[in-house]
Design a protein around this ligand. Sequence first.
Ligand code: SF4
Length: 375
Amino acid sequence: MLERRSSLPRAPVRGENLLASHDAASLAALLERAGGVASTARATAAKVLRHVYRDEGAFTDEALLAIGVGAWARPTLLELDPSLSLTIASEAPSEDTTIRLALRARDGALIEAVIIPGPARTTLCVSSQVGCARACTFCETGRLGLLRQLSAGEIIDQVRVAQRVFAPRAAAGAPRIGNLVFMGMGEPFDNLAEVTRAIRLLTDSRAFELAPSRVTVSTVGVADKLPAFFRDCRAELAVSLNAPDDARRTAIMPVNARVPMAALRAAIEEHLPASRKVLFEYVLFHNVNDAIDDADLLAAYVAGLRCRVNVIPCNPGPDPALRPPTVERIDAFVARLSSLGVTTLVRRPRGRDVGGACGQLAGALRAAAEGVGES
Ligand code: SF4
């Protein structure tokens, strides 16, 4: 059973005039509307992407003329705004090297992105919405409600800003930002068109050149969007589970009342392409979902799916009843899952001293983000 049509509020997307809101296809479509024949429009769009993102060339009439963009296309292109749509409102480095960025959009909206350096690669956690309508009880962002959608360009600009912030460390030898996770503010499937367009540009070899396997989109389980996600997006899928049965999952994740766990599992099983896996995220809460019996239920739930499970001890969030388990309980839970044949990773939260949240899972998922893409 798929989710009924959502009654979530419609919040506007800003920034349609940003150059960064265009992937190769939408830029080519724009140029076709400007009078170019399809093949020329596609070739021009490719040329522009390479010039702007890979060669970091200027976006001026002279520079576009110099790379061979015709007079028929330049006025249309130059109506687009190539500048950053986000500024840094605050930058909080953590003792464990995590950098939490609060970013301000042009309308004043604040979002969060988190840079998580690792030994082999650096991960960036980005936001997909300003606020979120999904109201998970453990999540600070859920308390805001949905304020508005982010445009593709605003998603891209989180990457551009983070690359600039991280440039000195990269120049000093730290691994560049090579992993991207949509685990910040917002439910990405509630803004899937913009998220998908941003991912197409981020994974385009003429632009940001991220490997699709290094981009992960995390959802609470908006099942009716799974077909579109797998059709249009080559990124990896993560599903935030966090409970072993419907009663407990509904209590902390209202989406479960619309899409119970069995329906979510059936939708994943039906739509997951043969070549792909799903990552289940399971945040552990003391005496809520961390018993050995809960590990048994979780193992039974994921049995038969191509998947792995990331177990993440929670960071304290807005609900005082949800606290991290003891180390002994974490170890016992993970050992039980592993003994039942479930590929399991445990990830400890990082960046605690900078506080706050990477939106979606109150900081704990920063740790999950670090594990994404590891083999
Ligand atoms: S956990 Fe994610 S989906 Fe749930 S309220 Fe927070 S941002 Fe929204």
